[in-house]
Design a protein around this ligand. Structure first.
Ligand SMILES: NC(=O)c1ccc[n+]([C@@H]2O[C@H](COP(=O)([O-])OP(=O)(O)OC[C@H]3O[C@@H](n4cnc5c(N)ncnc54)[C@H](OP(=O)(O)O)[C@@H]3O)[C@@H](O)[C@H]2O)c1
Length: 318
């Protein structure tokens, strides 16, 4: 079945993949050095889930932290946990500062940037993690008014809020030659049923940050987009839902823990990655999706995945 020509092609392909991983291994070793103790890190959406775990990791590394979101009590708890996490840190330990506000409120964004300027004198790393999801098919949204409400809310938080935050911190990032870390999703480059508005808002972020990265190259500001797969957080119960939809997490379903997700995001930030997929499946999916025929297979897998998570998304409705 295999002639020698075919064998040579396969052998060359295997060699290329092996070579790529060797080069990547050394690149990884050399590039994972972008961390300075005392870096000023602002985390937007730090009260729960992935943001909270990112805060704890940066606390262990000796960052000066500012935590932002709407829930004061949760933020205070995270600040306390961060202080405990940094117990073994040998340098100067600081309790993270908190700033309560809503990313959809422009005044709150401006206030956060001012508070950070006053407290830390600038920002080195801006983590844009705040986000909400949805759990509805397009057909379940009946009127154009409802379209505006559902899609508008998602765009206001996930897209415009994130863009506003980037704007109010741009001067501070320019001075520090800092970094923006945007938490997107694997679906930010693919498509997922029941998530049209959510995925659209994340696609928009990819377009925005991939363009901004090129504009800001001269200013030496780095932009990292991190794309997690399914992570076991409460994002599903807080999602914009329809009456029939079920947002419960299937306990049988394998999801990444928020701790692991945060670890990979911080690592990608230190390596100054441009776009980083946290799971092999979303990395591979994004790579092969433009190939005709293969894209149908990727779509099929995505539909199957969602069916497992959402019992209501049945085969008949497909
Ligand atoms: N979980 C997943 O499977 C998954 C997968 C891929 C990507 N992601 C992305 O990861 C990010 C974090 O999500 P998560 O899973 O950790 O969910 P989560 O636990 O619900 O966290 C969402 C965070 O965003 C904040 N937030 C929401 N609306 C806000 C607003 N209007 N103003 C300020 N802060 C706001 C929340 O804080 P307050 O409620 O205190 O305001 C909270 O800290 C999101 O951008 C999400 O799209 C999640």
């Amino acid at each position: 079945m295999f002639d020698s020509k075919m064998f040579s092609v396969l052998f060359a392909a295997a060699l290329c993949i092996f070579g790529y991983y060797i080069v990547y291994f050394f690149y990884d070793m050399i590039c994972r050095k972008h961390w300075k103790v005392g870096s000023r890190v602002v985390i937007v959406g730090a009260s729960t889930g992935i943001g909270k775990e990112i805060a704890k990791i940066y606390a262990k590394k000796g960052a000066s932290l500012m935590l932002f979101s709407r829930k004061k009590n949760e933020l205070e708890n995270v600040a306390r946990e961060c202080l405990q996490c940094s117990a073994n840190f040998e340098g100067k330990r600081e309790k993270p500062r908190i700033c309560v506000g809503d990313i959809t409120n422009k005044e709150d964004c401006i206030r956060l940037a001012k508070v950070v300027e006053n407290e830390f004198g600038g920002t080195d790393i801006l983590v844009l993690n705040a986000g909400i999801s949805m759990d509805l098919t397009f057909d379940e949204i009946n009127s154009l008014e409802d379209i505006d409400n559902v899609y508008g809310e998602l765009m206001k938080v996930n897209y415009f809020g994130t863009v506003h935050m980037t704007k109010v911190f741009s001067e501070q990032l320019e001075k520090s030659h800092g970094q923006v870390v945007c938490v997107s999703t694997g679906s930010g480059v693919l498509g997922t049923p029941r998530r049209t508005g959510y995925v659209a808002s994340k696609h928009a972020l990819h377009g925005f940050f991939n363009s901004l990265r090129n504009e800001w190259k001269e200013k030496n500001i780095t932009v990292t987009i991190a794309c997690p797969g399914f992570v076991a957080t409460n994002i599903r119960s807080a999602a914009v839902k329809g009456g029939r939809a079920k947002a419960a997490i299937d306990p049988e379903r394998r999801m990444m823990s928020p701790e692991r997700c945060a670890e990979l995001i911080v690592q990608a930030a230190e390596q100054k990655r441009k776009v980083f997929h946290l799971t092999n499946s979303s990395f591979l999916g994004s790579l092969i999706y433009p190939i005709p025929l293969v894209s149908s297979a990727v779509d099929y897998i995505l539909r199957r995945k969602m069916r497992k998570e959402m019992p209501k998304f049945t085969k008949e409705k497909d």
